[in-house]
Design a protein around this ligand. Structure first.
Ligand SMILES: C[S@@+](CC[C@H](N)C(=O)[O-])C[C@H]1O[C@@H](n2cnc3c(N)ncnc32)[C@H](O)[C@@H]1O
Length: 254
């Protein structure tokens, strides 16, 4: 893989320190969890792959609060080291080539803001094929990416790309994360249209591939309340960001 691990290795401590901002849960992780639950049902004891798990930001809550047997893989050794430190009994693998799981053994897979980090179609195809290989037939793969309608628009926690700039498929796109009003950091992603991610999944063999922009709905609120009851949810005014829709969910099944 032509992945430059120095990049995410350097960003590990900052990215970990960012924690899970409210917006990332509402527009990102919760819609992913809802999709997994829709396809799998109760997640307790289910073997879920977190492709590009980073330091396990959402891997751990899925284990802790939903009882899933989540296993992460990521090419950054610093990220994997952090994930193992935070969850010494968990399984976090360093990605160096093929996945270390046998064919058709996992109950579900998710990949959160990772395919936006991949700069070549070949590399995306390789990843999607491996995810397909390790899933059991009929099981879901849920991918979380950025909404292209939001390129150049500042949201509560991040801005994907420069305002007014046009991006072509495969172009580098800088993402700014806002920490405080005057404090931010930039990460490099790649711009791909949503159809590109859908075709990658279809080429790998996934069926019924669909994409949509997640919205706050009764199901999301149910998950929010569940996480709040577990003392996990950040204490924020979610109405303030209800109208922002910076993400897209893509889902397919093996
Ligand atoms: C924005 S972070 C997201 C991490 C995690 N999914 C989360 O939500 O906290 C992107 C992660 O993707 C990983 N990554 C970058 N390129 C990758 C690739 N080609 N395959 C797998 N992971 C990759 C990086 O090392 C980094 O940990």
């Amino acid at each position: 893989m032509d992945y430059d691990k120095r990049y995410w290795n350097k960003a590990t401590s900052f990215y970990t320190k960012l924690g899970i901002p409210w917006q990332w849960l509402k527009d990102g992780y919760i819609p992913v969890i809802i999709e997994l639950k829709k396809a799998i049902g109760d997640l307790r004891g289910k073997q879920i792959l977190d492709y590009g798990c980073g330091a396990g930001k959402i891997t751990r809550p899925l284990k802790l609060f939903y009882g899933a047997e989540v296993q992460g893989i990521d090419p950054s050794d610093n990220m994997i080291q952090e994930a193992r430190k935070a969850d010494p009994v968990g399984r976090y693998e360093l990605l160096t080539g093929d996945f270390p799981w046998p064919d058709s053994t996992l109950d579900g897979a998710m990949s959160n803001w990772v395919f936006v980090d991949i700069g070549s179609l070949e590399e995306m195809d390789t990843a999607a094929r491996e995810i397909y290989r390790v899933l059991k037939p009929g099981e879901p793969f849920v991918m979380l990416v950025n909404n292209e309608e939001y390129i150049g628009k500042r949201t509560s926690t991040y801005q994907n790309g420069k305002t007014g700039k046009t991006y072509n498929p495969g172009d580098e796109i800088m993402v700014t994360y806002f920490i405080k009003e005057n404090e931010s950091i930039e990460f490099k992603d790649y711009y791909w249209p949503i159809e590109t991610y859908c075709s990658v999944m279809e080429r790998a063999g996934f069926r019924e591939v669909t994409s949509y922009v997640p919205e706050l709905n009764p199901r999301t609120i149910e998950e929010i309340e569940f996480l709040q009851s577990n003392d996990f949810f950040p204490d924020v005014d979610y109405q303030a960001v209800v109208d922002e829709k910076p993400t897209v969910i893509i889902v397919g099944k093996k």
